[in-house]
Write a protein that binds this ligand. Structure first.
Ligand code: C2E
Ligand code: CA
Length: 594
């Protein structure tokens, strides 16, 4: 109804002064268009422009939208109605498009009389030649939509807790700086400042206190930085700094300044929270350490990890060499992981015999890696890599299955061969070891636990003797035997024997090999044999490479042995034939000490 009234009013106006509709008194040429009651009544702002872009006529909606009266608008250059925030290049683009195609559209910010801005969708079209007006401009008010969109864009860029650029925006800044540095040949540094205490503040004093501390830290960090540096929030408890230019000494100074700034902040006390602030700072440099934004941030974060590992209150520059060696290590671990899954590890077995009778009394399981390029690889080349990380669990599970499966297979052929299985010292102490062993035995119910002998070394008691002893006791409780490997070489053999309560002592091959030339080694062998007898432990010599050594051992009272003089480690399928064929030297029986 109001629209109709307005139209009528406008028509009246037109009739009274004979000008164009909508009060375009100064522009009778526009009458044909703006006289159209539909446009006059439209909610959208509407204006006609002459060929120079000056306003010829407007409708009420445009006046309402901008707050200007009709008189103030008419005759004015349309371009002067652009708000300050309007990018002038967009206007030039629209004008060019209009000239070329006869129509153009896009988003604009129009000036309001009160100094504000209206976000509008502008459609421009050329009018038929001959009239006073050359162009028609329609403006739809989309301010709310644009403001919401702008706010969303702001949120996507800014960390609302500190008002600093967020991680995404930081990334964009770094990417931009890298692109620029590529052209100019400049360097740049990216820092990450991690403040672990923030989590504690939030936990102990509440979220509010955490937020206040964040604000204070952001302000403090900002105050020590050069004006051109960009400070951002890169994570929950971390800030980041992008520093353009500089040299090694300046970068290190900046790292120290950032660290000190947090530690000496006293901010926590000012905010009434009693927390000692410690800052770990890590940084990486373009082009030396990394070549793009992702890598620079990742390297700086890795460096922070190292600063944290060094106690937290420290700074570190990213170490390229270390990163390379870690990458190589990761690749080698992946290779081992894939090899386990692909069945590229195999177990060879070295016979253990009772020398005087030639009876096979057991075999030692020795793992080999059938490497696609390097051939059969001995364990020393890869065990260090596996031990001490999570791969050892997968490896031990696989090994237990292979060995228990083999024992079951031999038993099915009528061969009862107990097998010694080497256990990595780290793993023997680990809480997961005994459950792993139990699970493996459960998977092979036809194999009595007593067929398995765990070869453990004195290194097992090095870090946590109690844990090793606990696990060994648990294994023995299941029925699994334990042999103390490499006995007599290290300093802690006796302590290990006492702590681990081993059932069997394996004389170290270095001691065995020395006994022909070195009286001390010969005495050591005799001593170990005597001790084992006294403690009612089994005793076996390793590394018996020659028949002379076998004879010397027999004379020293050691009747059980393994070594090249008897057999090399061999694939399991050869063991039965070897057992049938092998005979001890004739004089071994006579060498036995009675
Ligand atoms: P170890 O437990 O002392 O095993 C005996 C090593 O001596 C084996 O080397 C064996 O092939 C070698 N050997 C046997 N007889 C003789 C001999 O007469 N002369 C000489 N010179 N050497 C002999 P291998 O197979 O290279 O194993 C080296 C070490 O790797 C083992 O020492 C053991 O500690 C470890 N290992 C082997 N297999 C495994 C496994 O499956 N798991 C774990 N955790 N460790 C293993
Ligand atoms: Ca062994």
């Amino acid at each position: 109804m109001r629209a109709l009234t307005a139209v009528e009013d406008d028509v009246m106006e037109t009739t009274v002064d004979g000008s164009a509709a909508l009060g375009a008194r100064a522009s009778p040429g526009a009458a044909t268009l703006l006289g159209d009651s539909l446009l006059a009544a439209a909610a959208d702002g509407c204006a006609t422009l002459d060929r120079d872009g000056c306003i010829v006529a407007v409708n009420d909606a445009l006046c309402q939208m901008t707050g200007y009266s009709r008189a103030e608008l008419i005759g004015r250059g349309a371009a002067s109605l652009c708000a300050d925030r309007q990018d002038r290049r967009d206007i030039v683009r629209l004008a060019r498009q209009l000239r070329r195609r006869g129509h153009a559209h896009g988003e604009v910010w129009a000036r309001r009389r009160d100094g504000g801005a209206v976000g509008a969708w502008l459609s421009l079209s050329a009018l038929p030649a001959g009239g006073q007006a050359s162009f028609l401009a329609l403006l739809t008010d989309v301010t709310a939509l644009r403001l919401r969109r702008e706010h969303e864009r702001y949120l996507a860029r800014v960390d609302t807790s500190t008002g600093l650029p967020n991680r995404a925006q930081l990334h964009a800044h770094i990417a931009h700086a890298v692109a620029r540095a590529m052209r100019t040949g400049d360097a740049l540094a990216v820092y990450v400042v991690a403040i672990d205490a923030l989590r504690k503040v939030r936990g102990d004093w509440g979220h509010e206190a955490g937020e206040r501390l964040l604000w204070a830290l952001a302000a403090r960090l900002g105050s020590v930085l050069a004006p051109r540096a960009i400070l951002a929030r890169s994570g929950d408890d971390a800030f980041a700094v992008l520093l353009r230019g500089g040299n090694a000494a300046m970068w290190a100074d900046c790292a120290e300044a950032l660290r000190r700034c947090c530690v000496e902040a006293g901010t926590a006390a000012e905010l009434g929270v009693d927390v000692r602030l410690v800052a770990a700072v890590g940084y990486a440099v373009y082009p030396g350490d990394a070549a793009d934004a992702d890598a620079l941030l990742a390297c700086a974060e890795q460096a922070v990890g190292e600063a944290r590992a060094a106690g937290g209150n420290a700074w570190r520059r990213f170490d390229v060499e270390r990163a390379r060696s870690m990458q190589r290590l990761g690749e080698r671990l992946d290779e081992v992981r894939e090899a386990i899954a692909a069945g590229d590890f195999v177990v060879h077995y070295q016979p253990q015999v009772h020398m005087p009778s030639g009876r096979l009394c057991g075999a030692e399981a020795l793992v080999r890696w059938r490497h696609r390029e390097r051939g059969l690889v001995r364990p020393d080349a890869f065990l260090d890599l596996i031990e001490g990380n999570s791969l050892i669990a997968a490896f031990t599970s696989w090994l237990l299955d292979a060995v228990l499966g083999q024992i079951a297979q031999w038993r099915a052929q009528g061969l009862d061969i107990p097998v010694n299985l080497n256990v990595a010292p780290y793993h023997l102490r680990h809480p997961e070891f005994v459950p792993l062993l139990r699970a493996a035995l459960a998977r092979h119910p036809s194999v009595p636990a007593g067929m398995l002998v765990l070869d453990v070394t004195e290194r097992s008691i090095a870090e946590d003797a109690a844990a090793a002893a606990r696990n060994v006791a648990a294994c023995r409780a299941i029925g699994v035997s334990v042999a103390l490997d490499d006995f007599g070489h290290g300093d802690a053999s006796l302590s290990a024997l006492r702590a681990l309560q081993a059932d069997v002592v394996k004389i170290d091959q270095r001691v065995v090999r020395g006994m022909l030339d070195d009286a001390a080694d010969a005495d050591a062998v005799r001593g170990i044999v005597g001790l084992s007898r006294a403690l009612r432990k089994g005793v076996i010599a390793e590394g018996v490479e020659t028949p002379e050594l076998a004879r010397a051992l027999l004379r020293a009272g050691c009747e059980y042995a393994q070594g090249y003089a008897i057999a090399q480690p061999m694939p399991p399928q050869q063991l039965a034939a070897w057992t049938r064929a092998w005979r001890p030297d004739a004089d071994w029986r006579s060498a036995v000490q009675h």
